[in-house]
Design a protein around this ligand. Structure first.
Ligand code: PGA
Length: 269
């Protein structure tokens, strides 16, 4: 039985004071579920220290939204895996579509040349994933297709390419520590959730891919989340699907009541 994991990706939201307040409001709402569900919040880097303090004793775990693959050096603006570990971070998101420069809601001022600020390639995602594992972090590795790729029938091919890229040189024994998140780009921040059956099918494709690369036993252990416009009113049907082991929640994780409701929608183990 795989343990559910519900993670909140706060993106570029919340100051230290706001992060502390959100955690204080959230903690009592999820207290009854932190033993059977991994409940994770991923604040921006600047709020990690304050969040770690506020999370103490709540059973909620801390995640980061990204990481660089070097441990130290002349990499202005980057944050290394050991720096996250020191702050009490357990999980780190890698390969989020926004970090790959693939936006569900295209931003007019982030087009063209400026897009390279968000240009993670599969090779970069792979390095981040390997470095995170090396430091003892648990990566949440995001994959997902754009609306154009879906319309042209390329969904499964895109997922497979991103998975093979992310998993290059990753040893079998590391797999159970990796969480995959199926995040169709067109569903992120758009309010347009993927149909539960289709989300389950693609999460199944991810699991088959792991089975192909690492064997069926490993594939059965690995957790696969769905992400993209998960809200309190659609969470239960998504989380009831056999291949969906949790949710990666953006917008709805910014409100304690909504994120609490999504955590409580997880089927009881
Ligand atoms: P959303 O974001 O829930 O706001 O669609 C999900 C994500 O980007 O992880």
């Amino acid at each position: 039985m795989r343990k559910m994991i519900i993670a909140g990706n706060w993106k570029m939201h919340k100051t230290c004071a706001e992060a502390t307040a959100l955690i204080q409001n959230l903690a009592p709402l999820v207290a009854a579920r932190t033993s059977d569900v991994d409940v994770v919040v991923c604040p921006p880097y600047t709020a990690l220290y304050a969040a770690a303090h506020a999370l103490s004793g709540t059973g909620i775990q801390l995640g980061a939204q990204d990481v660089f693959w070097k441990n130290q050096g002349a990499y202005t603006g980057r944050v290394s895996p050991p720096m996250l570990v020191e702050l009490g971070v357990s999980y780190v998101i890698v390969g989020h579509s926004e970090a790959r420069g693939r936006f569900g809601v295209p931003e007019p001022d982030l087009q063209g040349d400026l897009l390279k600020h968000f240009g993670d390639t599969d090779a970069a995602v792979n390095r981040k994933l390997l470095a995170a594992l090396d430091a003892g972090l648990q990566p949440i590795c995001c994959v997902g297709e754009t609306i154009a790729e879906r319309k042209s029938g390329d969904t499964d091919t895109v997922i497979e390419t991103q998975m093979r890229g992310a998993l290059a040189n990753v040893p079998a024994q590391a797999l159970p520590r990796i969480v995959f998140a199926y995040e169709p780009v067109w569903a992120i921040g758009t309010g347009e959730v993927c149909d539960a059956d289709e989300a389950n099918r693609v999460c199944g494709v991810i699991r088959s891919m792991i089975a192909t690369l690492y064997g069926a036993d490993t594939a059965e252990q690995v957790r696969v989340q769905y992400g993209g416009s998960v809200k309190p009113d659609n969470a239960a049907s998504l989380l009831a699907q056999p291949h969906i082991d949790g949710a990666l929640v953006g917008g709805a994780s910014l409100k304690a009541v909504d994120f609490g409701a999504i955590v409580n929608a997880a089927p009881k183990g």
